[in-house]
Design a protein around this ligand. Structure first.
Ligand code: FES
Length: 132
């Protein structure tokens, strides 16, 4: 086990992790960020997506040994709250993107990753993004 610091949703957090066994999803869920869902656990479904240094990653397949000290991690908990949702969360609700809700946090974070890079994507660019 090692101690490391990550900046999670804007706050530096001291974590104790097993760098070879723990995944980023394991660690985030362990500290209570349960928006990070485990679906396939194999990097296929995207429900565990978070932003790592601004880039969407499937946190279920990211071992902690590959996460840099002081890396910036963003989860849906850092976006908005029910009283003041992020515009993406509002759009998800207004346009029926929620469905059962299990994968919503991961897909919202993936959408944020897209819009941070490309604020005005075409419909085809959105489709291509989510098929990666
Ligand atoms: Fe399916 Fe991570 S849980 S990609």
């Amino acid at each position: 086990m090692i101690k490391m610091i990550l900046n999670i949703n804007g706050t530096d957090r001291i974590l104790v992790v097993d760098p070879n066994e723990d995944t980023l999803a394991d660690v985030l869920r362990r500290i209570g960020l349960t928006s990070v869902k485990l679906g396939c656990g194999a990097g296929q479904c995207g429900t565990c997506t978070v932003l790592l240094d601004g880039k969407p990653v499937r946190s279920c397949v990211i071992k902690m040994k590959s996460v840099q000290e002081y890396a910036k991690v963003e989860t849906v908990e850092g976006l908005g709250v029910s009283a003041k949702p992020h515009p993406l969360q509002s759009a998800w609700i207004a346009l029926g993107g929620v469905q059962c809700g299990f994968c919503s946090p991961g897909f919202i974070m993936s959408a944020k990753g897209l819009l941070d890079q490309n604020p005005n994507p075409t419909r085809q660019e959105v489709r291509s993004w989510f098929q990666r």
